[in-house]
Write a protein that binds this ligand. Structure first.
Ligand code: CP
Ligand code: NVA
Length: 310
């Protein structure tokens, strides 16, 4: 039985049930097949998605915008200087007004609370396209990609190396919900948020899997099915890049480190990658790397999300 998700916002993976997550993966797969075989799938004919970006984007913007067109709808892009949002108009009023024009909102911004508030005051679904805290659409796509490559999720081992940032937080939500083991290796001052780790540990206990936090990169990667990394300085942290590099260098994914993983491990990265920092060319360009499948799957997974909630 399909779960009705119409009108539901996607602010955090933690707001989804396991059934809803698998419904997204199933629909993403069927929309991918329909797209690749040229079969029309205009299930959102006449609908309009507003896309608000306070930060730059390649994948998120292009995949949402082409995705809504494939579904028969239209996408309206609003850049950092286009809206009154949070400047001369508060979130409450913006949410109420946008709800009168649009059928859905996708937003990428700095403050996670702004997205929580936008969803609270909107009568249309709000999709989180990245905040400083979370990146749920990316991790739903990553889980869909792992399912394509490995055929299962539950019981796999993922190692995430690098910053305890928005990607680490959404991976904690996503992996723990589906019952994947996740080891996060970060420098001591760059650990993920305590509440999110505690919550993930509870989810994992329910699913019979485990969440571990370490500072030892080799230990994290041992017997991994998946090695994941992200930039060391996220959007908005550019001025800290040089200092961060010193702390993160030992977490670089290179041929020596990946020897500890399983032979058929897959390498993942949300992109954009800083080659030579968090990952070297020999790994990101290797046969184990699935980074461009991940990028492609943003399109199919987000089309599934839009089709379900809009
Ligand atoms: N992975 C991701 O969200 O990429 P963009 O920043 O290019 O959208
Ligand atoms: N952690 C990165 C992810 C980019 C998709 C950032 O927030 O910049």
């Amino acid at each position: 039985m399909a779960v009705n998700m119409k009108g539901k916002s996607l602010v955090s993976i933690n707001d989804l049930t396991l059934e809803e997550m698998y419904q997204i993966f199933d629909l993403a797969q069927s929309l991918k097949i329909r797209k690749l075989s040229g079969e029309p799938h205009k299930v959102l004919e006449g609908k309009t998605l507003g896309m608000i970006f306070s930060k730059p984007s390649t994948r998120t913007r292009i995949s949402f915008e082409t995705g809504i067109y494939h579904l028969g709808g239209i996408g309206l892009y609003f850049g950092p200087n286009d809206l009154q949002l949070g400047k001369s108009e508060n979130i409450h009023d913006t949410a109420k007004v946008l709800s009168r024009y649009l059928d859905g909102i996708m937003i990428r911004t700095f403050s996670h609370q702004d997205v929580v508030d936008l969803a609270k005051y909107s009568s249309i679904p709000v999709i989180n396209g990245l905040t400083d805290l979370l990146h749920p659409c990316q991790v739903l796509t990553d889980l869909f990609t792992i399912l394509e490559k490995k055929r299962v999720l539950r019981g796999l081992n993922m190692a995430y190396l690098g910053d305890g940032n928005n990607m680490a937080h959404s991976l904690l939500h996503g992996c723990s919900k589906v019952g994947m083991d996740l080891v996060l290796a970060t420098p001591s001052n760059y650990k993920p948020a305590k509440e999110i780790v505690e919550n993930a540990k509870k989810n994992a206990a329910y699913m019979g899997s485990k969440i571990e936090i370490t500072e030892d990169p080799a230990e994290a990667v041992k017997d991994a099915d998946i090695i994941y990394t992200d930039v060391w300085a996220s959007m908005g942290q550019e001025s800290e890049a040089a200092e961060r590099k010193q702390h993160f260098m030992q977490y670089q994914i290179n041929p020596e480190l990946v020897k500890n993983a399983k032979d058929d491990y897959i390498f993942m990265h949300c992109l954009p990658a800083h080659r030579g920092d968090e990952v070297v060319n020999e790994v990101i360009d290797s046969e184990n790397s699935v980074v461009f499948d991940e990028a492609e799957n943003r399109l199919h997974t987000q089309k599934a999300i839009m089709a379900l909630v809009m």
